[in-house]
Every structure is written in structure tokens, then in C-alpha cells.
Design a protein around this ligand. Structure first.
Ligand SMILES: [Zn+2]
Length: 230
């Protein structure tokens, strides 16, 4: 004990600016490269400290070839993937495959929050129009206003001269059924309706294959509001 106190005092005398640390607690810390990797993982969305630690140690246990492949994939995606100048989709060709397609219906645009939402709509194979990706949704709590969304380039697209001569008849707002998604949908509707374009919202209600018994009242209310003739 006396020895530890003496060493701490000695450390302070030799470098008065350094914080006195218990040598035992220092042993518990990660080495700098590991701590740096954990910090980088913590920056990713939805990753807390524990998940970051798990990911860092997963990487440490992988072979060098596997890690190199992972690093190259990260670098390649940053080098080759850009935002589509028309719809903001992430793409390796600009304009993207949807905007440059000659078979898609240019008179209808589906607005989504994230590129992976586009994938969900596309999987249905029932939508043949174009897309517009906002890369987020309005959220005053998170400090996301209209200027933070990729929305400014939606309005010019409604003019036929910017849309290969085709007039946009309808804009489908397919943002998430969350408070932020609804606020974003309302904002877009207020923005576009004065321009005379039809603005529609995707229907919300019962999930397919579910039972009425297990559906919450908000979903049930939406399902009743969005009912249709059979
Ligand atoms: Zn595009």
C-alpha cells in the first residue's frame, strides 16, 4: 500500500500535469487501438458501448484476410457510391438505374425516408414509378428541419422540362407511420398541393396475416379510417 502511494506521488512529482491514476484500474482499460475501434463502432447508429465492444472483439478474432476484405468493402462503397443527382438514391451510376430507366412511369414519384425503404417498395413489384429519397425525417427533437432533408431537389422534378418532358401527376408519400414520418408527410403535402400535384399517403392499418385481437388501438383506428369497399 505504502509502495503504491509512493509511486503515485513520484508520478505526480515527475509530471505534475498528469492525473494520478490507480495503476490497477489502468490495467482494466483497453489498449489504445482497441479503444479507438470501440469508439468508431459506437458512432454507428443503434450501437451502444456493449455492442461496440462485441463488434471490436469480433474483428480482433477474425483472420487478417477477412478484416482486409471488410476494410476494402468499406473503402469501395465510399469511393464508388454517390447520391443520384435526381432522386438522392445511393448509386454507382448517376442518374441511378431508376431515374435513367426508359420503362419506368415518370408521372408518379414515391417519396421515402431511406434508400432501404425504396428496396421495400421495389420488392412488391407493383410500383413502376420513380422515387425520391429524403435521407431522414423531420424531427424537432433531434434538430432535423426541412433544410436537413434532401427535399429541395423534389420541387424542380415536378416540372416537365426537368423530367424528360413528362408531367408528374402524383406524389406518393411513403414515409414511416411514426410521429416524424407523419410530420414529414404533412410538410410535403403542404409544400406540393399548391402546385396542383396530387399528393397521396400510403395506407396504414392491419398487418397481413395478423389477428384483430393483437392489434393496438392506433393501428386499428388507422385501419378503420383507411377502409375500402369490397
Ligand atoms: Zn435516381
Amino acid at each position: 500500500m505504502v509502495d503504491v502511494l509512493f509511486r503515485l506521488k513520484l508520478q505526480f512529482w515527475m509530471n505534475p500535469k498528469s492525473k494520478i491514476q490507480n495503476p490497477k484500474s489502468k490495467m482494466l482499460e483497453y489498449s489504445e487501438p482497441v479503444a479507438k475501434l470501440i469508439d468508431e463502432f459506437k458512432r454507428l447508429p443503434g450501437i451502444g458501448h456493449k455492442s461496440a465492444q462485441r463488434l471490436a472483439f469480433h474483428i480482433l478474432r477474425r483472420s487478417e484476410e477477412e478484416v482486409t476484405r471488410f476494410v476494402e468493402a468499406l473503402q469501395e462503397v465510399k469511393e464508388k457510391i454517390v447520391f443520384c443527382s435526381v432522386c438522392n438514391n445511393l448509386t454507382d451510376i448517376n442518374p441511378c438505374m431508376f431515374c435513367s430507366s426508359t420503362t419506368r412511369d415518370r408521372s408518379i414519384i414515391c417519396v421515402v425516408e431511406e434508400p432501404y425503404n425504396l428496396v421495400s417498395v421495389e420488392k412488391t413489384r407493383s410500383f413502376k414509378g420513380l422515387y425520391h429519397i429524403l435521407h431522414g425525417s423531420l424531427s424537432p427533437i433531434r434538430g432535423v428541419g426541412p433544410d436537413e432533408l434532401m427535399l429541395a431537389n423534389l420541387l424542380p422534378r415536378l416540372m416537365p422540362e426537368n423530367n424528360d418532358g413528362a408531367e408528374v401527376r402524383e406524389v406518393i408519400v411513403a414515409t414511416n407511420p411514426t410521429t416524424e414520418g407523419e410530420a414529414t408527410a404533412n410538410y410535403i403535402a403542404r409544400l406540393l398541393k399548391p402546385l396542383g400535384v396530387r399528393v397521396t399517403r400510403i395506407a396504414m392499418g392491419m398487418p397481413v396475416g395478423s389477428d384483430l385481437e393483437f392489434v393496438d388501438e392506433v393501428t386499428m383506428d388507422k385501419a378503420l379510417t383507411n377502409r375500402h369497399e369490397i
